[in-house]
Design a protein around this ligand. Structure first.
Ligand SMILES: Cc1ncc(COP(=O)(O)O)c(C=O)c1O
Length: 390
């Protein structure tokens, strides 16, 4: 595919590698290993002296097609797929960090990401400082000579705070550190962090890349040097690999990515505007609203506001649970990024394992509700949320 092709074209065409049968749709290679013609060929493939597929922990044609399509969408030189979004953050960190290194991480990231940096990696001697995603000066102040990685999620989960990717990339570059951006909420259909100066992009493909809530998956993207020299050897050895079946589902999901992201973002903004007009709602968080603190930055950095709307109801946990329990259409489930709208209470679910202090620092209040807006009609979604708000 040429670099001149537009996103819509890349989404349906990039990465396809046809077999000898010339199939039109991408094939699913459901095999754990590949057969060699001779012992010599086996030796060549194992040592990397000869190109070709070996074993699906680290090479599989369906996974390769998925990686190549996502790399084309993100404008990345290389992509390595992983079994989930969390394993992509783990693989990147294990590949690029060592004991004694320092990480600066946004304090408004997915709960498991906080646990990974603040808990698990801390046990292996990697220290993390958590800072505000919207105050670049805090990132600058947190720098140490040992800082190796800056990690941000923008827009953030669930408050939709928007970080200035270009400004954070400049901070990282001046310090000789790397900037990684979790692009799960926007996907390349709405935001391309590498073009803004980021070094690495992380995906939970479980979300919008699949788009229909079927499989788990993840990916790390960036330069060939970072990915093939560091992340690939970790993946090959440690094995948090994406299954070919999940790769195939995600590959097909990417074919409708741009259409879904634009349509779902439009519905989310309409719902956010309506929620802002409800007297029982104290605050609405969506980057497309002029009331959003980073509205202008989001308009510059993103093609649309994204499909998640969070809002705080008056009356704390009891009022929030009443709204959630009164829904009949929207699914009460932890996932997001599906064409079916979903609703959650972050304080008691996705962010429930955080300490009350960490939750408060991240702005996750008891009255907060997160809705991932799907493709149902706006009127039906409003009616469903109205019940518990009356
Ligand atoms: C922004 C973000 N990053 C990473 C993850 C983790 O992804 P996964 O559940 O695929 O491991 C999530 C999950 O909700 C997420 O919302």
């Amino acid at each position: 595919m040429s670099k001149d092709h537009q996103l819509a074209t890349l989404g349906v065409r990039a990465g396809q590698a046809r077999s000898e049968f010339n199939e039109h749709s991408e094939a699913l290679y459901l095999t754990s290993s590949f057969v060699f013609e001779s012992a010599r060929q086996a030796a060549g493939r194992f040592t990397g002296g000869e190109d070709g597929f070996v074993y699906s922990r680290f090479t599989n044609p369906t996974v390769s097609m998925m990686q190549d399509r996502l790399a084309a969408l993100e404008g990345a030189e290389a992509c390595i797929a992983t079994s989930s979004g969390m394993s992509s953050i783990l693989a990147m960190s294990m590949a690029l960090l060592k004991s004694g290194d320092h990480v600066i991480c946004s304090n408004s990231v997915f709960g498991s990401t906080v646990q990974l940096y603040g808990g698990i990696l801390a046990r292996f001697g990697v220290e993390t400082t958590f800072v505000s995603p919207t105050d670049t000066a805090q990132w600058q102040r947190a720098l140490r000579p040992s800082t190796k990685l800056l990690f941000v999620e923008t827009p953030s989960n669930p408050l939709m705070q928007v970080s200035d990717i270009a400004a954070l990339a400049a901070v990282a570059k001046a310090a000789g550190a790397l900037l990684a951006v979790d692009n799960a909420f926007c996907t390349p259909a709405l935001q391309r962090p590498l073009s803004l100066g980021a070094d690495l992009v992380i995906h939970s493909a479980t979300k919008y890349l699949d788009g229909q809530g079927r499989v788990l998956g993840g990916a790390v993207l960036g330069s060939k040097a970072l990915l093939m020299e560091h992340v690939f050897p970790f993946m090959r050895t440690a094995g948090p690999s994406l299954s070919p079946f999940n790769a195939w589902v995600i590959l097909k999901g990417m074919e409708t990515l741009e259409l879904r992201m634009l349509a779902q973002s439009e519905r989310a903004l309409a719902l956010a505007r309506w929620l802002e007009s409800r007297p029982q709602v104290a605050r609405v968080f969506h980057p497309g609203l002029p009331s959003h603190p980073q509205h202008e930055l989001a308009a510059r950095q993103q093609r649309a506001g994204g499909a998640v709307v969070s809002f705080e109801v008056k009356g704390g946990r009891e009022a929030a649970w009443r709204v959630i329990d009164a829904t009949q259409l929207i699914s009460i489930t932890g996932n997001l990024g599906d064409v079916k709208s979903t609703i959650t209470h972050p304080a008691s679910t996705t962010h429930g394992r955080l300490t009350p202090e960490a939750r408060a620092a991240a702005g996750i209040t008891e009255g907060l509700i997160r809705v991932s807006v799907g493709l149902e009609s706006e009127a039906d979604l409003q009616r469903d949320l109205s019940r518990g708000l009356e």
